[in-house]
Design a protein around this ligand. Structure first.
Ligand SMILES: [Zn+2]
Ligand SMILES: [Zn+2]
Length: 141
């Protein structure tokens, strides 16, 4: 991935810090902005919320970090850039998990044809109760 390496070298010190923090979380970890900010502050006390936010926005635009908006979540989550996958969010505890699923190419092609549009991206998000919450809670409905 030469393009990514090139882009990395153009990062400012603050952007680099935020990038490293997201990368260090590893695959399958999704952190909201507030938690990333706390982590950044432990490394560089005095770093501003806005600085971290701008860094995340820039890293997202560069394709180095993925921003995930999930229904029912108060804020977006961030993760290291990864191959397309879907997300599951537990409505009880808010845990976000990766699901190995990508929108099938033929479905996208068909949708684009029907809409007469160019589809440049998309995401799938699922919600429900995770294994822990599902077994602990007896549904009243
Ligand atoms: Zn749960
Ligand atoms: Zn993910």
């Amino acid at each position: 991935m030469n393009a990514v390496e090139l882009d990395e070298s153009r990062l400012s010190k603050n952007h680099r810090l935020v990038y490293d923090i997201v990368q260090e979380q590893g695959v399958g970890r999704h952190l909201p902005m507030a938690e990333l900010y706390e982590l950044a502050r432990t490394r560089r006390p005095g770093i501003g919320f806005t600085t971290v936010y701008r860094a995340l926005t820039r890293l997202r635009d560069m394709g180095l970090v993925a921003e995930i908006a999930l229904p029912g979540a108060d804020s977006a989550y961030y993760e290291a850039a990864a191959p397309p996958h879907a997300h599951f969010r537990c409505v009880e505890c808010g845990t976000v998990s990766d699901v190995a699923f990508a929108l099938p190419e033929d479905v996208l092609t068909e949708a684009a044809k029907r809409l007469g549009a160019e589809i440049t991206g998309g995401s799938v998000s699922l919600q429900g109760r995770c294994a822990r919450c599902g077994t602990a809670t007896v549904s009243v409905n």
